[in-house]
Structures are given as C-alpha cells and as structure tokens.
Design a protein around this ligand. Structure first.
Ligand SMILES: Cc1ncc(COP(=O)(O)O)c(C=O)c1O
Length: 369
C-alpha cells in the first residue's frame, strides 16, 4: 500500500519524476514464463555480449580477496591509468559508479531549482531525470532525423541554462555527430554553461569517427567528457565510468560524490580492462559484423531503422507493444522505447551472431502473427 501523505514529504519536482525503466532482467522473464534462463536472449541494455575478457576476470578474482576493506576513495590506480591513456593530469579525472554517476554529479554540482538544462528529444533518459531531481527545468530540443539538432540546441540556451547534455553517439537512436560539428558547438556555448559530452559508446566508433574531445577541455574548461566501462569493456554489472574535466570542475564534481562511489572490484577490473586493447578491438569488430547482420535481417523483413554508430539499432516495427510481447513469449528481450517518444520503435542491442539470428527469426514470426 502506498501512502499519499508520505509522498507529499518530497518536493513536487521529485514526485513528478517518471522512474527510469531498465531492460527486463533475464531472470524476471524466466520466472514469468517458466523458462530456463539459459534459453533467453537479452538484447535490451546495450551490454557487450562477450562479457569481460580473461585478464579482467583474473583481476576481479584477485580483488575479491580484499572485500573487508573500503576501496581507494580516490581511485589512484584507475585514475593514473586513465590519465596516462588520455594525456591529462589525474586531477582532471573523476570516477563514477557508472558514467550515469557522472551525469548525476554534474546535475548535483551545477543545477538548482530555477535553472535550465538543455538536451535533445530522444536523447538518453537520464538527462531529464537528473535535471528534474534537482528541481531544474529540462528544455527538450526537437530532434533532426532522430539525432541532435546542434544549431537548435545552441539557440535553446538561455541566461538560465547551466548545463547542456550531448550524447555522441546517442542512445536510443544510435545517431552520431561529426567531431568538427561537436567542437564548433562546444566553442559556441557560453563559458558559464557546462557542456556534458556523453561518449558512452565511444569505443564502438571506428577510430576515424572518434572525437579527440578530451583535448578540447584545455580551450573549453566548461566541457565535461563522460565515458564508461559498461559498454565495449563489458563491465556493466560492476558500475564504473569516468568524467574528464578541467581540474576546477573535476574538484567540484568530487565534492558532491560519495566518498567511495566506485567499488574495489570495479576499480581493479577497469584497470585491467583499460590495458586490454585487443579485447576492445575484437569487441568493436564483432559489433560491426553483428550490426550488419541485424540491419541485413531488418532489410529482408522490410523494417525501417535508423543508421546506427553504436552497439544497438532502433527499428520501426509499427505495433511495437504487440511485437515486444510476441518477442518476449519467444524468450527474446529487446527494449521498447515509447518513453522516448518513439512508440512504434524497438531498440535492439547487437548480440552474438547466434543471438542476433534468434532475434531475427523471432521478429519474423512476431511480424507474421
Ligand atoms: C548515452 C548513455 N550514457 C550513459 C549511460 C550510462 O551507462 P553507465 O552508467 O553504465 O556507464 C548509458 C547507458 O545506457 C547511455 O546509453
């Protein structure tokens, strides 16, 4: 039983928050349908279907021997490794409990009631959530071809705007902005507005499509670049991501984070994952092939989709609610995206070849029903 009087204790802007809807867990569907979890295919949360590599598993096993102690609250080893890789001082790196944490830290540090945050229509759901949780006002800028309209986003920045969120590539649309356009946008934003460039899917881009966005921070100290170990590095369960910012901005973000926001297993795993370049390369190659497999299958079925630069594809299946239920009944979990204003669409994460095949066969049956 819920108690409306208790709910009144929270500010109105908190009560209005529509909770984040995650992908359906495998175990939940297995319970609902009485299925063996091993037979279920989950292509719903943009995870790396390979999971972490052998070196990372070994690092996690080693760190598991030290669970009685708090983790290093300053994440020395991981920050040092990231700083070395990115060519910035460690003081410019902020660790997060997933990159979601970085988005939250920015909103905590820079937004208060009355402020505005600008983001695109169909952009990652956490931007409006993090904005609303601070009592700030979200300004949603209509998308162009399902992607960010940077000129319109620039025009939407007002004297009240404190934060702008840009996802590149964007989830759930998979759209991508050329680095030169993003850089020009960052340069055009007033210095008293923080630009969060969310690059959660950066490692899935082909190297020539990637922006050297961290190097822009020197000229644009209002830029925060966020990245994650949840996607190409295969560590979604451990929750570890990072932000790179001007040292002053990083210091502010560190003030509002929990003292031990990244656990010890996550830190050890991330250090090992960062060192394993071959693993990330292989994951990108596997994703490229899997994405082509999914797109070819969708073409064959005559289903329209948005060209993706990430590890998922957004497909217009028409009756998305019905198709989703039909897929679930066949043990295939994908992500409905009606909450993104995309009622006819489903987002499908690229899986292993056999998982992609299972999805396409299930979709074909669902469309014929
Ligand atoms: C665009 C984007 N940013 C950030 C995140 C947050 O991921 P994590 O907190 O696992 O790093 C996601 C996760 O789906 C995402 O799609």
């Amino acid at each position: 039983m819920t108690d409306p009087a208790l709910a009144e204790l929270a500010p109105e802007y908190v009560r209005r928050i529509a909770p984040y809807v995650p992908g359906k867990p495998v175990e939940e569907l297995a319970r609902e349908l009485g299925l063996d979890p091993a037979t279920i295919v989950k292509l719903a949360s943009n995870e790396n279907p390979r999971g972490p590599g052998a070196r990372v598993r070994a690092a996690i096993a080693a760190a598991a021997g030290e669970l009685a102690r708090y983790p290093d609250g300053n994440g020395f080893a991981l920050k040092t490794a990231l700083a070395g890789r990115l060519g910035v001082p460690a003081a410019q790196v902020v660790l997060g409990n997933g990159s979601n944490d970085i988005l939250e830290l920015v909103s905590l540090a820079f937004l208060e009631p009355g402020d505005e945050a600008v983001y695109a229509q169909h952009a990652f759901a956490v931007y409006p959530l993090a904005t609303q949780a601070r009592g700030a006002r979200g300004i949603e800028v209509p998308a162009r071809d399902y992607g960010h309209d940077l000129a319109a986003m620039r025009a939407a920045i007002s004297a009240r705007t404190r934060v702008v969120f840009v996802a590149n590539p964007n989830n759930p649309t998979g759209t991508w902005l050329p680095p030169a356009d993003v850089r020009a946008f960052v340069a055009s934003v007033p210095r008293d507005v923080v630009v969060v460039l969310d690059e959660a899917y950066n490692e899935y881009l082909e190297p020539h499509d990637r922006a050297d966005s961290v190097s822009w921070i020197a000229a644009h100290p209002n830029l925060v670049v966020s990245r994650t170990f949840s996607k190409a590095y295969g560590l979604a369960a451990l929750r570890v991501g990072y932000g790179v910012a001007d040292a002053t901005v990083a210091d502010l973000l560190n003030r509002v984070r929990q003292p031990f926001n990244v656990n010890a297993l996550a830190q050890a795993a991330a250090v090992a994952a960062l060192a394993d370049n071959a693993y990330v390369e292989e994951s990108r190659a596997l994703n490229r092939e899997g994405l082509a497999q999914l797109c070819n299958g969708l073409d064959t079925l005559g289903i329209r989709y948005v060209r993706s630069h990430a590890n998922f594809v957004l497909a217009n299946v028409g009756e998305a609610g019905r198709i989703n239920v039909a897929l679930l009944r066949q043990g295939v979990i994908v992500r409905p995206v009606a909450n993104y204003g995309l009622a006819q669409w489903l987002r499908i994460t690229v899986g292993l070849p056999r998982e992609n095949e299972r999805f396409l066969a299930a979709l074909s049956r669902a469309m014929a029903e």
